[in-house]
Design a protein around this ligand. Sequence first.
Ligand code: GLU
Length: 315
Amino acid sequence: MNGVKSNTATGTTGTASSSVRGRFAPSPTGLLHQGSLYTALGSWLSARAQGGQWLVRIEDIDQGRANPAFSGHILQTLEAFALHWDGPVVYQSQRLALYEAALNRLTIRGLVYPCSCSRRDLPAAHTPLAEPFYPGTCREGPQHPERACALRVRVPDRLLRVYDSEQGWHSENLAERGGDFTLRRRDGFYAYPLAVVVDDAEQGITEVVRGLDLWPQTVRQRWLQQALGFKVPHYSHLPLVVEPDGQKLSKSQRSIPVNPAQAPHHLAQALTALGLNPPHSLQQSSPHEMLQWALEHWALRPRLPASIPAWPTPP
Ligand code: GLU
């Protein structure tokens, strides 16, 4: 599928000496930018500092948006930054049978139903990026059975709680916030909340360190884990790296990819963003040595601010 397929733990990684298992799960919709480097580094340091394993999963479930060229670039960039992973890279596009099996288990429990609504049939969302609230239109049967249907899951009407080591406790009633959500889209693609929950469980992930933009999705995932009888990983949602206007850096938008030729600069900035204080002289070292330094100092870092400003790229 691309040039880099697997990368067994050596050197910096050492042999995993604990049951901790972290992961980095990029969607290949663009090149690796500052924000994704920072998330990758945060999850790598968290897992490795505990003597754990670190896996990479390419989230190419949405074949309309995923691009194999980006997957290859992301993996090569991680390697250039000495962010070595354990075992083979997993691709969501090759794991459809796992998602289908999980969907079947929920269907047997009577939790899944077909929904013929298009976005236009639903009440408008409060913000352009928010998912619209689903009022349960097709709960008793699809309103337009002639249309292709999505599959939705019935969410419970009660308060659910999820804990995050950066964000603390969060309570939410799924029935009031987004309503029944999609597990398989009308175009046949499995939806992110199902795929991520199945993959994290199947890969034995014990801790999820990722960007704060995914925190609002976490109650859904937590509930799906419970419905499927999966173990719940520890969560840690890192503040987002933002542009001067406060916008999240996004692979698919205008952010500039990190340049492996400037790895020490980017690593030093990303380590600072993660609350460490790398000495300037560290930038004379190799990425591998910089990561060793970071592992030694990881436990001492302070609490992070609400968001992290993007750092300038050297000319
Ligand atoms: N694939 C998601 C992204 O690139 C991350 C999903 C996750 O870490 O759970 O934003």
